[in-house]
Design a protein around this ligand. Sequence first.
Ligand code: UGA
Length: 435
Amino acid sequence: MKIAVIGSGYVGLVTGVCLADFGHEVVCVDKDAAKIEALRSGVIPIYEPGLDELVKVNAGAGRLSFSTDLPAAVAPADVVFIAVGTPSRRGDGHADLRYVREVAREVAGALEGFTVVATKSTVPVGTGDEVAHIIGTANPGADVAVVSNPEFLREGAAIEDFKRPDRIVVGIEDERAREVMTEVYRPLYLNQAPLQFTDRRTAELIKYAANAFLAMKITFINEVADLCEATGADVQEVARGIGLDKRIGGKFLHAGPGYGGSCFPKDTLALMKIGQDFGSPMRLVETTVSINDQRKRAMARKVVAACGGEVRGKTIGVLGLTFKPNTDDMREAPSLDIVRGLQDRGASIVAYDPQGMAAAREMMENVAFAADAYEAAAGADALVLVTEWNEFRSLDLARLKAAMKAPVFVDLRNVYRPHEMQRHGFTFVSIGRTP
Ligand code: UGA
């Protein structure tokens, strides 16, 4: 199949590259000429394990190319994926559809022959109808089927998630699209990944409901963690004990500093707005959003308490800045609230992150950056582990302690065991566990 992917950001790039790897002929389009030029020379603008190798192999085989020329990519395509950003609109939290609409108009003018136009971007319920309307108005002769095909990729595991998905959801209004989309995903179909065909609005809602449910699950265990601290129970054991119940499931029950990233915060907010707009409020989601916001700020207070109630004039080492490991993404990262909260109380921050420091330099002020964990620990009054990168899992604890001014270790991801840390002489504070 010939496929055009419009938007070579995170979702577009991973989708295009993986579809090329399935054997399709794919053109990834973006209006950012510098980005396209970089991609052509093999420079990947995001950090995603395994992506550079797949780009090299598929571009080398001639199945994958990069272009700024949208009409040339769209005209011969059987399927056009719209994978542009839908950021939260400033002020009201609604998803901003400006880019989706713009692309729909441009695509409309370039269509030739029957084409499936699939939205990959996470878009509010009814956007598929709007895209169909925009295309129909701009080009009344176009023979097009607009489908909703939400993606469920996790940053850092995106290729694995694309190639071995739990399911593929396709919302269609035109039966001809069923055959085309089955062909697109045939390699996965052979792997027995369920392909769920449904109507377009349902597909759009599935995406938001999935992300909101996961955000709610994390927030639930985070509240249980607080209760564990108050009652002397252990949240790791509670999570295991409830997660073994297949109806609950053990995943996304890891208590931490609150969820961040480019998806959960934006999508929960958007679903909340959709509910309000349709007069069917999503009260659990509203509460989740507010608890999570408060939690990120509360983490700074937790560090202050671990330091004996005062951080003024103290130096705090921060390990991990990105919203989760294996990404360079800092969007809505809990580290932003934690660092700001500690600075507001008079602390100096020395931070280290394996991939996030370039972005962090743009987003954080008055932070000193270290070359590794031990440098971040040097002379620190406390160390805070914010993101559970693998390289923080087996730190040389004796070396770390020797480098620090005071051996206070706050582990917001429960990477270390309390008795182990105490044995090494640390004052140790973690999440949902009493020392
Ligand atoms: C999320 C979803 O997991 C994907 O299925 C979805 O496709 C994607 O959003 C999207 O809408 O594009 P992602 O944001 O990359 O993926 O990252 P997650 O692995 O889901 O983590 C999100 C946040 O939750 C992170 O801050 C992470 O630290 C936190 N988290 C996750 C926890 O605190 N505890 C957990 O048990 C799991």
